[in-house]
Write a protein of this length. Structure first.
Length: 86
């Protein structure tokens, strides 16, 4: 899905409605801009609540406690996500 937008005087862009809806972006929510070489990648910021929700869904799906490796993977995904902002 590719969209072209014009950057306004103050550096603002409008995220197309269908993309906002797909990612559940609402007014006031934060997004991350990640510079990768000559590209800018924008993605929604994941909250701590999303991390907990994901963990709960894993437990419900498996009907057992997640293995330590799974917890580590989820934790490091969150750490990587947050560090990529710097």
């Amino acid at each position: 899905m590719v969209r072209i937008r014009t950057v306004g005087k103050k550096g603002q862009i409008t995220i197309p409605k269908d993309i906002r809806e797909k990612f559940g972006l609402k007014e006031g929510e934060k997004v991350i801009f990640d510079v990768r070489g000559d590209e800018i990648v924008m993605k929604p910021e994941k909250s701590g609540k999303e991390f907990v929700d994901k963990l709960v869904s894993i437990v419900k799906d498996k009907r057992e406690a997640p293995k330590p490796e799974e917890l580590k993977r989820l934790y490091y995904e969150q750490v990587e996500e947050r560090l990529s902002r710097f």
